[in-house]
Design a protein around this ligand. Structure first.
Ligand code: GLY
Length: 391
């Protein structure tokens, strides 16, 4: 049996794909779908999120983006939803806009780089940008359209994954993993659960641990044995194994609009800070996101929200008219080279599916396929073995 530690979009996707293959799986998480996946905007934007040093990340992102339509259709079917549109999967592209001469020059360089990689991008004047998105500020002087970029609502995706797993009968144990169990040879053989208490929700009948679990006197499982433990605990992964993952805080805001302000994702650099706006089908507009190295701090701050709104208003002045629906801070799992850490670790019995940084939602389908043993060449790009310290 596989035990998946972490029920964010990555852990849930891995569990769902493995369960669909007929593998016995148990998921463990004290609060499923409440971490970075709950905060995420859901951009499936390998092209517009790339930078010059990140060609391998671009390859991973492009490969995962190609999987998204099939992944979403199968997920919707397994979750009992009418279709992939129930996940708000849209593929109308990203428009990256520029204001000043420096930003325009950066867009030119990016466009040349993309063309070299034969990626679909279109360089636009300010007027052409406003023709596509009339709510853009008059001061926008140019843009780069990545027509193939897509996005999805991550909250709908994780809800669908939970529903699909429930329908497949996959146990979900609402508990925190205190440590990985190891045998005398160092092999990982399961997980030890922290005792219930505090705010940890109790288990429901559908979350009965597997027969491989041992119980405390009160009936609550204290350990779950596994052939393989898959660590998908995002920024918390480093607390359980030697993996170079650190929290990168992102504050994000959801605004509500009676009429959609935008038809596609819009991003730009304002005062040297990148900002993006992601429109949902129901009129919601997601504005994100700060990038802060603050450790495990998930406070939403006045300064963070001020910067988001100030920068978003430069791009689309009309945002200040909208109702604030939600503000949240999440912790991205960052790695030293910005690439995820996916696959068998140096320790027998332990696999990793973490370190997705800004791309957890985008990379979830590819991550699941790598954990299923597919994708040798792409798997090599994110293999844990590239870090000496991993065990
Ligand atoms: N993928 C966007 C972000 O992490 O803010």
């Amino acid at each position: 049996m596989d035990v998946i530690v972490g029920a964010g979009v990555v852990g849930l996707s891995v569990a769902w794909r493995l369960a669909r293959d007929g593998r016995p799986v148990t998921l463990v998480d004290p609060a499923p779908a409440s971490g970075a996946s709950h905060a995420a905007a859901g951009m499936l934007a390998p092209v517009s999120e790339v930078s010059y040093t990140e060609a391998p990340l671009l390859r991973l992102g492009a490969a995962s983006l190609r999987r998204w339509p099939g992944f979403a259709a199968e997920l919707a079917a397994d979750a009992g939803l009418p279709g992939a549109e129930a996940l708000d999967l849209r593929s109308d592209g990203t428009l990256d806009v520029a204001f000043g001469a420096d930003d325009l020059a950066a867009l030119d360089e990016l466009a040349a780089y993309m063309e070299k990689l034969e990626l679909p991008v279109e360089r636009l004047s300010g007027r052409e940008c406003r023709r596509l998105e009339p709510m853009l500020a008059p001061s926008v002087r140019g843009g780069l359209l990545a027509p193939g970029d897509a996005w999805v609502d991550p909250r709908r995706v994780t809800a669908a994954l939970l529903a699909a797993l429930d329908r497949l009968g996959v146990p979900l144990v609402r508990a925190r993993v205190g440590e990985l169990l190891r045998d005398g040879g160092g092999r990982v053989t399961g997980v030890r659960l922290e005792p219930p208490g505090g705010e940890t929700p109790s288990q429901t009948p559908s979350q009965t641990p597997s027969p491989a679990a041992s119980a405390e006197p009160g009936g609550r499982a204290s350990e779950i044995r596994a052939e393989r433990v898959v660590l998908a605990a995002g920024a918390w992964s480093a607390g359980l194994a030697e993996v170079p993952v650190r929290p990168v805080k992102g504050q994000i805001m959801r605004l509500r609009s009676p009429q959609p302000l935008l038809t596609r994702c819009v991003r730009g650099t304002v005062h040297g800070t990148p900002v993006y706006l992601v429109p949902r089908g129901d009129g919601e507009l997601v504005v994100g996101a700060t990038q802060e190295e603050m450790g495990f701090d998930t406070r939403v701050t006045a300064g963070g929200l001020y910067e988001l709104l100030r920068d978003a208003r430069e791009l689309v002045p009309g945002v200040t008219e909208l109702e604030v629906a939600d503000v949240v801070a999440g912790l991205r799992p960052g790695t030293p080279d910005n690439l995820p850490v996916i696959g068998p670790s140096g320790t027998p019995g332990l696999a990793l599916a973490t370190g997705h940084h800004r791309g957890g939602v985008l990379l979830a389908p590819l991550t699941a396929d790598i954990l299923r043993g597919e994708e040798g060449e792409l798997a090599a790009l994110c293999a844990p073995g590239r870090f000496r310290e991993i065990s």
